[in-house]
Design a protein around this ligand. Structure first.
Ligand code: DGY
Length: 325
C-alpha cells in the first residue's frame, strides 16, 4: 500500500515530483492557508505531513490523524510543533537545519544595512517626490563598518552573521547558552559576554534565538532601555522574542535609533503602529526566502518525510524518542 503524504503549502514542482516517486501526494499548490479544521480533514488518513510554520501541529491535530508517522516542517524553527505531543504518539518530527543559514544571515545584514543607512526611508522620500536636491545633512545614517555587533543566539546562523562582520571590520560580542570554542571565537573575532553587557555596548543587536517560553519577550522595555541611543535592533529570529509593543515605544521615543524586523508577534498580524515609524525596516518573514534556499528547505523536508516512511531515521529528527524501528 502506498503512503499518503499531505503537503500543506505551495511548494516547488520538483519537490512534489520527489514525493510522488515514493507516495501518493495531496498538494496545496494554490497555497491557501489551511485552518485547523481543514488541516485535520486533509491529514486524517495521512502517513506524513509536510508542513510549514503556519501550521499548528498539536495534540488535537494528532488525535485526528491516527496514521501519521512523521511531521516534516519546512523550517528550522519548530515552535509550531508540539514535540511532546508528537513523541507521546510516536510521530516523528523533523526540521530543516543547515540549508538556510547563509541566506538568513544575508538577510539579517540586509536589515542591518537597510536600517543603518535608512534605505527604505530614502526610497519613500524619493518616490514621494520630496527630493529637491543634494544636502550635506540629508538622511544621515549610522556607520556599520568598525561598529560593534552584538549577536544574541550564536548557532550556525549567528556565526554566519558574525563571519560577514569581518569584512566590515566590526567587533563582535555574542551571548549564547554555551561558549564557542576558542578557535572559532578567534576566527570570528567574537567575544562571549553577558546579555546586559552586550545590550549596553553593541551598536547593532541581532537576535537569532529560537522561540520558546524561555525566549518569550527576551527583548522587552527593560532590555531596550539598556541599549545605546544610537543602536539598531534586528529581529530575524521569531515573533514573540521581542515585545513588539515595547519596541514600537522605543522607536517612537527614539531611545534606540532604529530596527529591522522580519518577524512579528502573532504574524501575519502585526502592530500597525510600526507603519507610522520611519526608523524601522519591515519585512514579512522572508529571511530565508531565496529560490535556492526555499527549494532546499522543501526538498529536505521531503527527504525527511520519505526516510521516515521508509522506516529509516530521518536526517533531521527532532524527537529521537519517537523513532520506532
Ligand atoms: C525557519 O526556517 O525557521 C524560518 O523562519 C522559515 O522562514
Amino acid at each position: 500500500m502506498t503512503h499518503k503524504v499531505v503537503v500543506t503549502r505551495g511548494v516547488f514542482d520538483d519537490v512534489l515530483d520527489r514525493l510522488r516517486a515514493g507516495a501518493t501526494v495531496v498538494d496545496n499548490q494554490s497555497d491557501v492557508q489551511l485552518d485547523a479544521g481543514e488541516l485535520a480533514a486533509r491529514a486524517a488518513d495521512a502517513d506524513a505531513l509536510v508542513c510549514a510554520l503556519t501550521d499548528r501541529v498539536d495534540a488535537a491535530l494528532l488525535e485526528r490523524c491516527p496514521r501519521l508517522k512523521v511531521v516534516a516542517n519546512i523550517a528550522v524553527g519548530h515552535n509550531n510543533i508540539d514535540l511532546a505531543a508528537c513523541s507521546a504518539r510516536r510521530v516523528m518530527a523533523t526540521n530543516t537545519p543547515g540549508v538556510l543559514d547563509e541566506t538568513t544571515a544575508d538577510f539579517a545584514w540586509a536589515l542591518m544595512l537597510g536600517a543603518a543607512r535608512r534605505v527604505t526611508e530614502a526610497e519613500r522620500y524619493l518616490r514621494d517626490g520630496r527630493w529637491t536636491g543634494w544636502q550635506l545633512k540629508q538622511l544621515l545614517g549610522t556607520d556599520v563598518h568598525h561598529a560593534t555587533l552584538g549577536i544574541i543566539g550564536m548557532g550556525r546562523i549567528g556565526q554566519a552573521i558574525a563571519r560577514r562582520a569581518l569584512g566590515f571590520s566590526m567587533q563582535v560580542l555574542y551571548c549564547n547558552r554555551s561558549r564557542l570554542d576558542e578557535a572559532t571565537e578567534r576566527s570570528l573575532n567574537a567575544r562571549w559576554v553577558a546579555r546586559d553587557e552586550l545590550l549596553a555596548a553593541a551598536d547593532f543587536v541581532v537576535l537569532m534565538v529560537p522561540y520558546s517560553p524561555a525566549t518569550h519577550h527576551l527583548i522587552g522595555a527593560a532590555e531596550l532601555a539598556r541599549m545605546k541611543p544610537g543602536a539598531i535592533l534586528v529581529n530575524t529570529a521569531r515573533g514573540g522574542v521581542v515585545d513588539d509593543r515595547a519596541l514600537v515605544e522605543a522607536l517612537r521615543q527614539r531611545t534606540i535609533a532604529g530596527a529591522g524586523i522580519d518577524v512579528f508577534e502573532g504574524e501575519p498580524a502585526f502592530d500597525r503602529d510600526f507603519l507610522e515609524l520611519d526608523n524601522v525596516v519591515l519585512a514579512p518573514h522572508i529571511a530565508s526566502s531565496s529560490v535556492a534556499t526555499r527549494r532546499a528547505m522543501a526538498m529536505l523536508a521531503a527527504r525527511n518525510a520519505l526516510a521516515a516512511l521508509a522506516g529509516e531515521r530521518p536526517p533531521n529528527l527532532l524527537n529521537p524518542d519517537a523513532f520506532n524501528l
